[in-house]
Write a protein that binds this ligand. Structure first.
Ligand code: UGA
Length: 447
């Protein structure tokens, strides 16, 4: 089976590369010639652990090809994935479908023989129907079907998520298209990956519902953290106590500075628009979006409070700028709200991030960047951890104390046990935690 993937962004590149790893012949298409030239040389446009090696192996094995020539790639394909961007309209939050529609029309006129078109981009309910109509109009004799197959890849663990998914969701109308999609994902058969076949509308909505639900869990635990800070409870104990109930589950209950990234903020807004379109607005999701926006602003206030009520003329050392670890992605990162708020309050900022420094320079002004974590701490009035990169989890606390002017740590990801930090004589502010008896510092003991 020959597969073509249109769009070599995050989703397209991971999907194409992993399908090549399954053994299919995959051609990835992008209009951006510089990007394709770089991919030929093994230069990957994003930071995703393990992706460079997989691209190289599959290019060498002649299973993975990169081209700007959409025409030839589509003509030979049995399956064409559409994996181009669907950015948020800044005014409405609606997913901007212009790139998907343009690709659909271009693909239509180049189809040869029965072809399954797969929408892999996160697209609003009804897109399969719209794309079907566009292709029919552009090429009335084309033999094709459009199916929905949403991705559930997390940045930083995308290859693992593709190779060992919790489930595959396919929205299609016919047994013929279903058979093609089954064949495509057959390599996952041994892992007994559940495959859910449903209609296109359900498949499209599953993607938004899943992301909105995960965002809801995060917003919920963040509000519990606020409550914990007021009433003397500990949010990590709350997460564990809730998560041990199998109906709730322990994942996505880590309190923090609010969710960011290219998906949750965008997809929750797009889901609200879909709700409006169908006169069935999910008001819970509206509350989640508002709570998360407020959360990011609250974090700057928390840091200012930890610095004695003012950061004017103070130096704040920041560790972590990306929206989460193991990515260079800064999109909707909490740091984008927190740092400008601190600067407006008069602070000077010194920051370090293991992968995000290049992108950070496009977003921030007047920041001093460090070579490593310790570099930024020298003479700082507080150290703030925004992103929980592994290398910030085991800092040499004695060294930290010696470098800081004021020995204060504000940890927005709860990476340290309170007792460990306070033992070093550092003042520690974290999220939703109180200093418990060290012997039960959020450790779960069996009954
Ligand atoms: C998310 C979903 O997890 C993927 O399943 C989905 O495919 C993807 O969006 C997408 O739609 O493409 P991603 O945005 O890469 O993946 O990252 P997550 O690991 O889900 O984290 C999102 C945000 O939530 C981050 O800012 C993270 O720090 C935050 N988060 C996550 C918390 O604050 N607490 C948690 O317990 C978990």
């Amino acid at each position: 089976m020959k597969v073509t993937v249109i769009g070599t962004g995050y989703v397209g590149l991971v999907t194409g590369t992993c399908l090549a790893e399954f053994g299919f012949e995959v051609t990835c298409v992008d209009k951006d010639k510089a990007k394709i030239d770089n991919l030929h040389k093994g230069i990957i446009p994003i930071y995703e652990p393990g992706l460079d090696r997989l691209v190289e192996t599959n290019q060498n094995k002649k299973r993975l090809f990169f081209t700007t020539d959409l025409r030839e790639a589509v003509a030979k394909a049995d399956v064409v994935f559409i994996a181009v961007g669907t950015p948020s309209d800044p005014e409405t939050g609606r997913a901007d479908m212009q790139y998907v529609h343009a690709v659909a029309k271009e693909v239509a006129v180049n189809l040869e023989g029965y072809t399954v078109l797969v929408t892999k981009s996160t697209v609003p309910v009804g897109t399969v129907r719209v794309v079907t109509k566009l292709v029919q109009e552009a090429n009335p004799s084309a033999e094709f079907e459009v199916v929905s197959n949403p991705e559930f890849l997390r940045e930083g663990s995308a290859i693992e998520d593709f190779m060992r998914p919790n489930r595959i969701v396919i929205g299609c109308d016919t047994k013929r298209a279903e058979a093609v999609m089954r064949e495509l994902y057959r390599p996952l058969y041994l892992l007994e990956t559940p495959m859910l076949f449903t209609n296109p509308e359900s498949s499209e909505l599953i993607k938004y519902a899943a992301n909105a639900f995960l965002a809801t869990k995060i917003a919920f635990i963040n509000q519990m953290a606020d409550l914990c800070e007021e009433c003397g409870a500990d949010v990590q104990a709350i997460s564990k106590g809730m998560g041990l109930d199998h109906r709730i589950g322990s994942k996505f209950l880590h309190a923090g500075p609010g969710y960011g990234g290219s998906c949750f903020p965008k997809d929750t807004l797009a889901l609200l628009q879909t709700g409006k379109d169908f006169n069935a607005e999910p008001t819970i999701v509206r509350a989640v979006v508002a709570a998360n926006d407020e959360r990011k602003r609250d974090m700057a206030r928390k840091i200012i409070k930890a610095c004695g009520g003012s950061v004017r003329d103070k130096k704040i050392a920041i560790l972590g700028l990306t929206f989460k670890p193991n990515t260079d992605d800064m999109r909707d990162s909490p740091s984008l709200d927190i740092i400008p708020d601190l600067q407006r309050a008069g602070a000077s900022i010194a920051a370090f991030d293991p992968q995000g420094l290049k992108e950070a320079q496009e977003h921030f002004t007047n920041i001093e960047y460090g070579q490593d974590a310790y570099d930024v701490m020298q003479n700082a009035d507080a150290l703030v951890i925004i992103t929980e990169w592994n290398e910030f989890r085991a800092l040499d606390l004695e060294k930290v104390k010696s470098l800081l002017k004021i020995p204060t740590i504000v940890d927005l990801r709860n990476v340290y046990p309170i007792s460990e930090i306070e033992k070093q004589g550092l003042t520690y502010h974290s999220i939703g935690r109180t200093a418990l008896d060290p012997s039960c510092d959020t450790v779960i003991k069996s009954a």
